[in-house]
Write a protein that binds this ligand. Structure first.
Ligand code: SF4
Length: 362
């Protein structure tokens, strides 16, 4: 509570804004906030309104539901159509459409979809329902992957034969590298995700600074954190000295969380993986390690089934997650696409850029 009061102090935030103005930067600066929770903070607390107009904040790919490809949903649906299977998932994913249908639509047709708040709930369900096959949909970044890894490990230890993982875990730094290499997107620096950084520490961003000369500041999620992070980045840009800085020292250890990383290395292996809008990103996904293959839900999918990638009609989420356009540049925004009747995942998830712009943008 004490922290909250300090980190939302209006006078302190206004003083930071004054310092940003006093930098007298005369060109537009593009800063990407990688994480959807930062987008939320920026809009929810009205920071956009008080930020000088030369600071252009671009929302990035840090919403796990938004970057999950249609094909993953198609695979989950295929599994859901088998009577014996129960699909356990976090709530947001249920509404996301695959190429033809969504898990919500399949549930209406009788599929067993279990919305859980923790993967341990899914594990418990598997333990108490041995006649069912429980398939947990593992979606998320470095933040959630250690919890999923611990559940997988527990299922193995307990010798559960009816618990499986369909994984679509992704790693943030490789996506940031892809963004740096994309000539259509001009980013001057990154606000790096605090939760992800609590696991991976500072080192992965240091190579981005060195290789691409982009400043990186790890930030907390309170308004003061964010404005301070933007100020630090602007100072770097003004002095043409990109570097790695950690504004979120109260949570992020520079070396990350070695225990969580050890667990990730034990359960998963790093693979090339598809992202919505990005295509295949090298070494950006987590697949189950060979020693946990018996828990991989992919083995339950018939080998001869071909999943086809299709361009989503009318929805520009693929452009939004890369920061190529903002939600208001999508012709469907607010007119046809709303949180009540969303066309794409960016309007579904609470971390989705379109959803946040819709709720707090104006
Ligand atoms: S406004 Fe809707 S249709 Fe447009 S990009 Fe966002 S989610 Fe997709």
């Amino acid at each position: 509570m004490v922290y909250e009061n300090l980190l939302r102090d209006k006078r302190a935030i206004r003083e930071l804004i004054r310092r940003i103005e006093s930098l007298k930067i005369t060109r537009d600066v593009n800063i990407m906030e990688v994480c959807g929770t930062h987008t939320y903070t920026f809009f929810r607390f009205g920071l956009r309104k008080i930020m000088p107009s030369f600071v252009n904040l671009i929302s990035g790919p840090g919403c796990p539901v938004c970057i999950t490809e249609d094909i993953f949903i198609d695979k989950a649906i295929l599994l859901a159509q088998e009577k014996k299977n129960v699909i356990a998932t976090f709530g947001d994913l249920v509404r996301v459409k695959g190429t033809r249908s969504s898990l919500e639509q399949e549930r209406a047709k009788g599929a067993h979809i279990l919305v859980v708040y923790s993967p341990y709930e899914a594990l418990d369900y598997a333990r108490t329902h041995p006649e069912k096959r429980v398939i947990f949909l593992g979606v998320g970044f470095e933040t959630t992957a250690p919890v999923i890894a611990s559940v997988v490990k527990k299922a193995k230890e307990k010798k559960l034969k009816n618990f499986f993982l369909l994984t679509s875990h992704r790693l943030i730094p490789p996506a940031m590298q892809t963004l740096c290499e994309d000539k259509d997107i001009k980013i001057d620096g990154f606000i790096c995700p605090g939760h992800v950084s609590a696991i991976i520490g500072q080192r992965p961003y240091e190579s981005i600074v060195k290789r691409y000369r982009k400043g990186c500041v790890i930030c907390g999620f309170e308004p003061f954190d964010m404005v301070l992070g933007i100020y630090l980045l602007l100072l770097q840009i003004k002095n043409n000295r990109p570097k790695m800085e950690n504004e979120y020292k109260r949570v992020v250890n520079p070396r990350g969380n070695p225990l969580a990383e050890k667990l990730l290395r034990e359960v998963f292996k790093v693979v090339d993986a598809p992202w919505r809008g990005f295509g295949i990103v090298r070494k950006s996904g987590l697949a189950l390690h060979e020693r946990y293959q018996d828990l991989d839900a992919h083995q339950l999918i018939r080998r001869n089934i071909h999943f086809e990638r299709r361009k989503s009609e009318g929805c520009l989420c693929a452009e939004v997650v890369k920061g190529k356009i903002g939600p208001s540049q999508c012709p469907q925004f607010r007119k046809i696409c709303t949180p009540q009747d969303p066309l794409g995942p960016c309007m579904i998830s609470f971390e989705g850029t379109c959803r946040i712009y819709y709720e707090y943008g104006e």
